[in-house]
Ligand binder design. Structure first.
Ligand SMILES: C[S@@+](CC[C@H](N)C(=O)[O-])C[C@H]1O[C@@H](n2cnc3c(N)ncnc32)[C@H](O)[C@@H]1O
Length: 503
């Protein structure tokens, strides 16, 4: 099979030893299964492993799209003396609900679904996807999950759990941990009636040669009002629990115990968190100060007026505590609605520079620039130019909040790999950075964050931390209130605080 075909079909066959370990774990809890289903059985590792353990006590069924795998699986099963029915079948064409309905209880659904995202399939030219009407119009899976890019195993797992709704069964599937989490969230949120769920981490690099966070997702269906929590275990056993994720206050949190202990910190966003500036033309917009002006990413040196040039810090700078800016950024607007034409008279050299490199701006693909000024930037407002900020990197595990100020009386700005809120003074920025770096704030934030996500730290997470309650916990409420009541950059915050003061 070519590398591309393997990618399209998410074809990573499970090594037999790993399948055996999974089967051992599943059967520890319950070995009374009378029907076993492997929905995309490949060459049959799981059917072999379970068939050899259960013998004739259970009827085994395997389904698979690739005819060569079907044949290989049939051979392997026959040679091992295992009784199983293997069928050539496209997952998407199968009526899973009717199929499960006619199986004798107790049912075990076990295996490892294709590892591929619909976006990757788009790039690879594959169409191994649910019926087009169900995803391209975003009225199927994307409508359910609110997003257009998804792992097809996520879609398949949800389909399987939906089909098992109301029926007692066990589901044990290898998948990415991010997929397991999203599937459980969906099941909990939509009252699928799952219970006793757990994630057991596996080493995907060792077993599959791919570097992703992966696990065995184990859950049980047919339990109305089942427990909306799942413990994450270090390995394929119940010996070493790491933490328990679950639904709390209507949202998925990564550590329910820590969250519940600190949930009073989940409150009002007194200072509005912001994303840094976005420009999508780094080689033109980002500049290095050199003798005679600024050098851009093309290696050209230009002498530009200082009016539109600001010191810049990026994610890696914040995460590594490199707070002396080494780069600058050209910000052509102070608000997204500004007409960049004003630069022509205010800063003719800068205008010239922008025009010479106009093609780089015209080539920016993102729809956010459509119908905007040619040299527009994104994510700017009065807050961008505040003299001080509390900022954090969105891309690093390091949750280190930094107080950043101005350089040569120019406010330091951050790019869109960072989040921040504006402050008026060094004291204020250092005060809030200190609060946010406290052990209690870090524990609270970590209880919300899933660090294996692509962009683990989100603005929605930061918004949840109540600076006033945090300060109160740390014995600094009066000082925090003094800063927050005077919030100069945000409307609404002051009223909130005053309102609370009168309660
Ligand atoms: C990650 S592999 C795992 C195979 C097997 N479950 C195992 O654990 O070894 C995914 C399997 O899904 C099969 N597959 C991909 N798309 C499918 C579809 N639409 N319907 C059925 N099987 C499919 C692939 O051919 C491949 O064998």
């Amino acid at each position: 099979m070519s590398k591309q075909a393997r990618a399209i079909f998410g074809d990573f066959q499970t090594p037999i030893e790993l399948a055996r370990e999974v089967v051992d774990l599943v059967l520890v809890g319950d070995a009374s299964f009378t029907a076993v289903v492997e929905p995309t059985c490949g060459v049959g590792s799981f059917l072999l492993a379970i068939g050899q353990r259960l013998g004739t006590a259970a009827s085994c069924f395997g389904f698979e799209l690739n005819p060569r795998h079907v044949a290989a699986c049939q051979d392997a099963i026959r040679n091992a003396g295992v009784a199983a029915q293997i069928q050539h079948q496209d997952f998407y064409e199968m009526d899973w609900r009717s199929f499960f309905a006619q199986l004798p209880a107790r049912v075990l659904v076990i295996g490892n679904l294709p590892w591929v995202t619909n976006a990757a399939l788009g790039a690879l030219g594959g169409d191994n996807l649910p019926a087009k009407s169900n995803f391209q119009g975003h009225n199927g899976f994307a409508a359910k999950t609110g997003k257009a890019n998804f792992d097809i195993s996520e879609w398949m797992l949800i389909r399987l759990l939906e089909s098992l709704r109301g029926r007692p069964a066990t589901l044990a599937m290898l998948c990415k941990t991010a997929t397991a989490r999203k599937v459980l969230r969906h099941a909990w949120h939509n009252d699928f009636g799952v219970d006793c769920s757990s994630l057991h981490l596996i080493d995907a690099a060792r077993h599959f040669g791919v570097s992703v966070d992966a696990c065995l997702l184990l859950t049980h269906t047919g339990v109305p009002n089942g427990d909306q929590r799942a413990t994450i275990y270090q390995d394929l056993s119940f010996a070493q629990p790491l933490q328990t994720m679950g639904m709390a206050s209507g949202e998925l949190v990564s550590d329910v115990t820590a969250y519940l202990e600190l949930q009073d910190l989940d409150g009002v966003e007194y200072r509005r968190w912001r994303s840094g500036v976005k420009h999508d033309a780094a080689r033109i917009m980002e500049l290095e100060p050199v003798a005679g002006g600024y050098r851009n990413g093309l290696g050209e040196t230009w002498s530009l007026e200082p009016d539109f040039v600001y010191p810049l810090l990026k994610s890696s700078d914040l995460a590594n505590g490199r707070l002396a800016p080494r780069r600058y950024v050209l910000l052509t607007q102070s608000r997204v609605s500004d007409d960049t034409g004003a630069i022509k008279t205010l800063a003719p050299a800068t205008w010239d520079y922008l025009h010479v490199h106009g093609a780089a701006f015209d080539a920016r693909g993102s729809s956010i620039y459509a119908n905007r000024a040619r040299f527009a930037v994104f994510g700017v407002g009065p807050y961008t130019f505040s003299p001080w900020k509390v900022a954090v990197s969105a891309l690093y595990q390091e949750l280190r909040f930094q107080a950043i100020g101005s350089l040569d009386e120019r406010p330091v700005v951050v790019d869109d790999t960072c989040y921040f809120f504006p402050c008026e003074s060094r004291d204020e920025a250092e005060f809030f950075a200190h609060l946010l770096n406290s052990e209690v704030a870090q524990r609270f934030l970590r209880s919300l964050i899933f660090f294996d996500s692509k962009r683990a730290i989100t603005i929605d997470t930061l918004r949840r931390i109540d600076l006033l309650k945090l300060a109160a916990r740390l014995g600094q409420r009066v000082q925090a209130a003094a800063y927050l009541v005077d919030a100069p950059f945000e409307e609404g915050a002051q009223q909130l605080l005053l309102f609370e003061g009168h309660m």
